[in-house]
Write a protein that binds this ligand. Structure first.
Ligand code: GTP
Ligand code: MG
Length: 320
C-alpha cells in the first residue's frame, strides 16, 4: 500500500510511517516470529520462560510483588547477571540500570549468584569484574530522587546501552512518604505512581527493553495487615497500589510463602500466559525453580491478584 494512497485515505503521517515500518502487506510469519522472539528476555528459569512464551516481555513493565523476604530482590539480582551474559549463553550482552530504593542490592551476592549459576563462564576474575561493571546501581531513597533519576534515564540508557531497567522497589518510597490514611494522599500517591509508570513505559517501549519493578507488601506476622495496602490476618494479605498502577503493569508475578520451605511464584497477569504456579527456592545460585525442567502447573481458581497472598508465618518461619 503506497503512502500517498494512505494519506489520501485520511490516515495520519505518523500512522503511515508505522504501517510502512511494519510493512503490513508483505510481512512474513518468520519476520513476526523473529520480532516476537527479540521482544522477550529469557530469565534462565525454563519453566517461567515457557509459561511466558519465551520470557519476560520487552517494551513493557513486569511487576514482582510479594511479602518481605520472599525473594524479589534475589530475582532482580539474578536477572541482572543474566542480562550481562553473552547471547550464546541466553543473555542480552547488555548492561543493567538498577534503581535501588532500599539499599538492598548487594554486590557480593550478585557475584555469588553469577559464580554459582554460571560457574564455567564466571570461572575467571576478569569475567566477574566485567559483569559487575555492567550493573549500574543508583541508590534513590526518596520519591523526588526516584523521579529525578527516571527523568535522566534516557541519556543514561543511551550511554550505557542498557538492556534492562530494575526499580527495586516502587512501593517503599511512596509508602514512606504518602500516609494514605490522611485525606488527599491517596490521590497524590496515585499521581506520583502514574507519572513514574508513564516514564518507565516510555523508556521500555522506546528502547524495546524489559522493565522490572518490585512491589513490597507490608504486613505484621500473624496479625492485622498494616494500613490500607493490606487486608486480612493470620499473615495473609492482598497487594495493591491502586488502580492506576495496576493498569500500568503488563505482567505481574506474585511471590508468596507456602508450607515449610516452599515458595511460589504465581503468574498473575500476562497478555500471553495463563495463570500459573511455579515452585521455587532461593539457593546460592539465586532464584531456582523446583525441578527446573520446564514443568508448569496451571493456577486453579480465579485471578490470583484478587486472592490473599501468603506471607511468612510461624509455620514457615524456619524457611532459610
Ligand atoms: P523485601 O525487599 O524485604 O520485601 O524482601 P525481598 O522479597 O526482596 O526478599 P529478598 O530478595 O531480599 O530475599 C530474602 C531471602 O532470600 C532470604 O529470606 C533468604 O531466604 C534468601 N537469601 C538472601 N540472601 C541470600 C544468600 O546470600 N544466600 C542464599 N542462599 N539465600 C539468600
Ligand atoms: Mg527486596
Amino acid at each position: 500500500m503506497g503512502s500517498r494512497l494512505l494519506k489520501r485515505a485520511g490516515i495520519s503521517p505518523k500512522t503511515c510511517e508505522q504501517l510502512k515500518r511494519h510493512n503490513i502487506e508483505s510481512c512474513k510469519a518468520l519476520e513476526l516470529w523473529k520480532h516476537y522472539s527479540d521482544s522477550r528476555f529469557l530469565t534462565s528459569l525454563p519453566a517461567l520462560d515457557k509459561v511466558l512464551r519465551g520470557g519476560i516481555p520487552c517494551g513493557a513493565i513486569t511487576e514482582v510483588t510479594g511479602p518481605f523476604g520472599c525473594g524479589k530482590t534475589q530475582l532482580c539480582m539474578m536477572l541482572s547477571v543474566v542480562t550481562t551474559l553473552p547471547k550464546e549463553l541466553g543473555g542480552l550482552d547488555r548492561s543493567v540500570i538498577y534503581i535501588d530504593t532500599e539499599s538492598a542490592f548487594s554486590a557480593e551476592r550478585l557475584v555469588e549468584i553469577a559464580q554459582n549459576r554460571f560457574p564455567d563462564y564466571f570461572s575467571s576474575r576478569e569475567k566477574v569484574v566485567q559483569m559487575a561493571g555492567r550493573v549500574h546501581i543508583f541508590r534513590e531513597m526518596t520519591c523526588q530522587d526516584v523521579f529525578r533519576r527516571l527523568e535522566k534515564l534516557e541519556e543514561i540508557l543511551i550511554a550505557t546501552k542498557a538492556g534492562l531497567i530494575i526499580l527495586d522497589s516502587v512501593a517503599s518510597v511512596v509508602r514512606k512518604e504518602f500516609d494514605t490514611t490522611l485525606p488527599g494522599n491517596l490521590l497524590l500517591r496515585s499521581n506520583v505512581l502514574g507519572e513514574e509508570a508513564t516514564t518507565l513505559k516510555y523508556l521500555a517501549h522506546q528502547f524495546n527493553i524489559p522493565v522490572v519493578v518490585t512491589n513490597q507488601i507490608t504486613t505484621q506476622i500473624g496479625g492485622q495487615g498494616s494500613g490500607p495496602d493490606t487486608e486480612g490476618d493470620s499473615g495473609i494479605v492482598t497487594a495493591a497500589l491502586g488502580n492506576t498502577w495496576a493498569h500500568s503493569v503488563n505482567t505481574r508475578f506474585i511471590l508468596q510463602y507456602g508450607d515449610g520451605h516452599q515458595r511460589q511464584l504465581l503468574v498473575a497477569k500476562s497478555p500471553v500466559a495463563p495463570f500459573a504456579v511455579l515452585n521455587y527456592t532461593i539457593q546460592k545460585e539465586g532464584f531456582c525453580m523446583n525441578g527446573n525442567d520446564g514443568e508448569v502447573t496451571l493456577y486453579e481458581g480465579t485471578d490470583p491478584s484478587l486472592q490473599a497472598i501468603r506471607v511468612r508465618t510461624l509455620i514457615n518461619l524456619d524457611t532459610p
